[in-house]
Write a protein that binds this ligand. Structure first.
Ligand SMILES: [Zn+2]
Length: 66
């Protein structure tokens, strides 16, 4: 069972092959092997790396659509 790495809830939806969305946190995360990447979803749909937000810097990534 996959759970949200941020809030630990199971209210997540699958948006890609290895990619999931948590409606509680408004974040997406990808799981590949043991590597989890967390993305913050901006209002315009842009994904920013959540880990970098935590560290205080923002990195813009290309928008990924399901
Ligand atoms: Zn969550």
């Amino acid at each position: 069972m996959t759970t949200c790495p941020v809030c630990g809830q199971r209210g997540i939806g699958k948006v890609g092959a290895d990619q999931y969305y948590c409606c509680d946190c408004c974040i997406e995360f990808s799981v590949r092997n043991q590597d989890i990447k967390i993305f913050n979803v901006e209002v315009d749909g842009t994904l920013t790396l959540y880990n970098d937000l935590v560290q205080g810097s923002t990195v813009n990534l290309e928008v990924q659509k399901g």
